[in-house]
Ligand binder design. Sequence first.
Ligand code: SAH
Ligand code: SF4
Ligand code: F3S
Length: 461
Amino acid sequence: MNNNDTPTQKKKLFIKTYGCQMNSYDTRRMQDILRPLGYEPTETYEDADMAILNTCHIREKATDKVFSDLGRIRPHKEAKEKNGEKMVVAVAGCVAQAEGDVILSRARYVDLVFGPQTYHQLPEMIAQITGAYGKERIINTDFPAEEKFDKLPQENGVNGPSAFLSVQEGCDKFCTFCVVPYTRGSEYSRSAVSILDEAKRLVAAGARDITLLGQNVNAFHGEGSDGKTWGLGRLIRELNDIDGLARIRYTTSHPCDMQDDLITAHRDCEKLMPYLHLPVQSGSDNILKAMNRKHTAQSYLDMLARFRDVRPDIALSSDFIIGFPGETDQDFEDTMNLVEKVGYSLAYSFKYSPRPGTPAANMQNLVREDVKDKRLHALQALLSEQAVAFNQSFVGKTVKVLFDGRQTKQGHLHGRTEHNQAIHAEAPDRLFGQIVDVAVTSAGNTALHGKIVISDDELAA
Ligand code: SAH
Ligand code: SF4
Ligand code: F3S
């Protein structure tokens, strides 16, 4: 055994995170698991002792991206080995789950491949490979019966005032375009007690804004402290009582899982922010059916109306897929009409990309690339117009901003408004992590600019 194997010796851990917020949460938890083994996060892979790519498989070229990043890491690993040192190279996340075998056979220098449901076993996996470094390679893409969340350490290395907290994982919806049910497994909710404990630890470590995460977060149905099953609304009501926590958000919801208790929580819970990300994907009932979304354009609009009833100023956001197989000009028009009716504050739109193993990948009537491009362009122009209009409606008003980011420009901070807009302002560093009144001076489609509204005395304090 050489000195590198001593568990307490400091080692450098590089993790690159792709994809959704659940991967960001998982990355932070991997850091938590590896910290007791002496691994400290580093920003660069060049001199890392362990490099993990935490990957996403949602759209095309996902695997190509992973291989090109692996290719960049490889020479550094080889250089270290020439010096008698080691670099463990690992691929985690949804590409690992979907294409683990391909990765191991195409990239001989990858030591470890593990999926989103097995990263709590990292210490055991690392012990196995470091013992026989270069000989033993591991692939661990099981869906273990044990609860990952029960095995994760209590320590939470939250950095900054905004934190993610996964409450639900996996998906049983099987939308015909989507890989998530295959990469993350079936739907599972954590217990409310473990979530509330984790939320309190996050707050004790400095978090003021918590975003509850799940692929179908509003399908949450965890065991409550009273032994009964709680929905997301009930969970939020309990979180609302945590001292020191100022803001609660949740993402991503599915229109079919909305319960009354969650809608009314937007009326009752002052910490629940006026923002809802509710993806619709398409405004055409034909396409929604082919996507297996199990709702219509009208039932989606009716749902949004119920949110607006209890919280008239709620900011709405969505995801759209353009050019799903069989999408006609009329189907696309239906999507544009739906967008016109809603008026979004923000939205994400993607060209459909066929994913291996999903039902839609075998569908006929593919939409031509140039048609997809044209439609995407038109949709994004409309969404951007709506985002500008929404953001500009705040110019001249004062908003409450949680400053949760430092800008490269000295003396400037950025943060989020209650309506989830990004905002930049000139501000002293001591306001980092604080909620501050900011007068909005200008607004574009992606961010606002403002001036903090506190007296010079307070500023100087
Ligand atoms: N659970 C969420 C979505 C998770 S995936 C929901 O049900 O809404 C995030 C987004 O990626 C989706 O909302 C969808 O718009 C997009 N997406 C998923 N699969 C895709 C595909 N095959 N091609 C293009 N976009 C896709
Ligand atoms: Fe994918 Fe549909 Fe599940 Fe969302 S609800 S994760 S889009 S299968
Ligand atoms: Fe991507 Fe997996 Fe999230 S496929 S979007 S990282 S659940």
